[in-house]
Every structure is written in structure tokens, then in C-alpha cells.
Design a protein around this ligand. Structure first.
Ligand SMILES: Cc1cc2nc3c(=O)[nH]c(=O)nc-3n(C[C@H](O)[C@H](O)[C@H](O)COP(=O)(O)O)c2cc1C
Length: 247
């Protein structure tokens, strides 16, 4: 059996031909290359660059001129640390493929700094205990939102529905360092925290940080859930559904 590697997300497909659609990032068969062909080339230890906006990985000596997923420039890419898990690269990749089977939801995490508001998309929000109501979220260190949460100690969470693709693009593919993401956006201001909740999402909760854990690349915030409000009855968006249907 042949092996085909997706040049966008590095997913490996086994079969005589490449798949019609990459199950991870959604691109077509033209983005796949035969791994055997690659193997014939002399092995070059290539660098990996991670897009800090959408997490796309680019392999090459330099970051790309433009991110193929979210269109930001090379200045938004950071060099990926070599072998951070202490695992052989192939093993790490195989385990990552297994971890893609975890189902995640998609959320817009908001926060504030003085009178400024900002928010980003995350798939890592989860409830961790029910009595008391506590939840956690992991936010990348380079994001403006994590900066606001560190400073204010509060965040809001809008739970996205299957109709919210536009919100994922708006809050997940650009940074508040470049644009005011809440300009022309319909939102409520949380009574307990002052963090915004999106009226076009399913519902909204307000959280107050109790513990911050430094994970190296990310901060994990563990928080008390203080308040909440429901806006719509729609089916929640999962990360897998978003990846399969994004346009
Ligand atoms: C589908 C999707 C899921 C994402 N999940 C996370 C996440 O869990 N943690 C994270 O740090 N960034 C995540 N991101 C990336 C941030 O949303 C993105 O870097 C954002 O532009 C940061 O905005 P800010 O700088 O205005 O805070 C995700 C992006 C997308 C599109």
C-alpha cells in the first residue's frame, strides 16, 4: 500500500490513491504527495514553523510568505521546538493522529483590559467539576486574549453552534493586535465580569480564574463559573464538524 502525506497538515493517508478530501484539514487530493517519493530524496532535517493564529504547521527553511489556512504573513510564525516530547518524530506523529479522535467543542473565549475587549477561538474549554461549577481553558501565550485573562483574572465563554463558521474565522484567524474584533459585533456584557458574550452563539458563561498553570507554550486557566445566559437552541459545533465543513 502507498502512503500519501498531506502537505498542508501532515496527515498520512494509506491507499493506492490520495483521499478525495483530507479528513484533518479538508484540502483536496492535489495537496497530497507520495511518501515513498519523498523518501528517495536525501534526508534533510527541515525546520517546522507554527502559525500562531491558526496552528498550521509549515515545513521548510523559512516560514511561508502567507499562511495557506488563515492568510497571515511570516511574522506570525514561530519555530517549533525540536522534539519537545522526547519521542521519535514518527511515533509522535502516530500518537497525534490517535489524539485527533478526541472530540472537542468550539468556543469564543473573551476577556478585557481596562475598557478594551478581545476574544479568540479555542477548542480546549471544558467543565472540570460540577459542585462547585469549575472549568478550564488553555490559551496560547502569544495571544492577546491570554494577556487580557492574565491581567484581569476573568474570561467569558460563548459556546458556538454549527451555524457559527463566520465567528470562528473572525475570532480565530486574526488577532486583536491588528483589529478591533468587537466592532460591529452583537454582544452582551457580562454582569459579573464585564467580559462580552456573543448573541449569535448558543449561550454564554462568565468565569473567574482561580489557578493559572504555565504549560510552556500555553497557559491553563482553571476558573469558577459565576454566571450564564442562553441565546439560541442550536446544535453545538465540534472541532471535527468545523474542519469537515469549513469554507
Ligand atoms: C478552530 C480553531 C481552534 C483554535 N483553538 C485554539 C486553542 O485551543 N488554544 C489557542 O491558544 N489557540 C487556538 N486557536 C487559535 C486562536 O484562536 C488564534 O491564535 C487567535 O487569532 C488569537 O487571537 P488574539 O491574539 O486576538 O487573542 C484556534 C483557532 C481556530 C481557528
Amino acid at each position: 500500500m502507498k502512503k500519501w502525506r498531506c502537505t498542508v497538515c501532515n496527515y498520512v493517508h494509506t491507499g493506492d490513491t490520495p483521499p478525495d478530501k483530507c479528513p484533518v484539514c479538508g484540502v483536496g487530493p492535489e495537496k497530497f504527495v507520495l511518501i515513498e517519493e519523498e523518501a528517495e530524496k536525501p534526508p534533510i532535517k527541515e525546520k517546522k514553523w507554527r502559525c500562531t493564529v491558526c496552528n498550521y504547521i509549515h515545513v521548510g527553511e523559512n516560514p511561508p510568505d502567507i499562511c495557506p489556512i488563515c492568510k497571515v504573513g511570516p511574522e506570525k510564525f514561530v519555530l517549533v521546538e525540536e522534539n519537545p516530547d522526547d519521542l521519535p518524530e514518527e511515533k509522535r506523529e502516530a500518537i497525534q493522529q490517535l489524539l485527533f479522535n478526541i472530540s472537542y467543542g468550539l468556543y469564543v473565549i473573551s476577556s478585557k483590559k481596562d475598557d478594551k475587549l478581545n476574544a479568540m477561538v479555542s477548542n480546549t474549554f471544558i467543565q472540570v467539576t460540577n459542585t462547585p461549577l469549575k472549568a478550564s481553558v488553555c490559551l496560547g501565550k502569544g495571544t492577546l486574549t491570554s494577556e487580557y485573562v492574565l491581567e484581569s483574572g476573568v474570561f467569558g465563554v460563548s459556546i458556538l453552534s454549527k451555524e457559527n463558521h463566520d465567528l470562528v474565522k473572525h475570532f480565530g484567524y486574526q488577532t486583536g493586535r491588528d483589529v478591533d474584533k468587537f466592532k460591529d459585533m452583537s454582544y452582551v456584557t457580562g454582569e459579573k465580569t464585564g467580559c462580552p458574550g456573543l448573541l449569535n452563539s448558543i449561550c454564554y458563561v462568565e468565569c473567574e480564574v482561580e489557578q493559572t498553570i504555565d504549560l510552556g507554550t500555553h497557559y491553563m486557566f482553571i476558573a469558577k463559573v459565576l454566571e450564564g445566559d442562553g441565546f439560541k437552541k442550536e446544535e453545538p459545533m465540534t472541532y471535527a464538524y468545523y474542519r469537515a465543513t469549513r469554507y
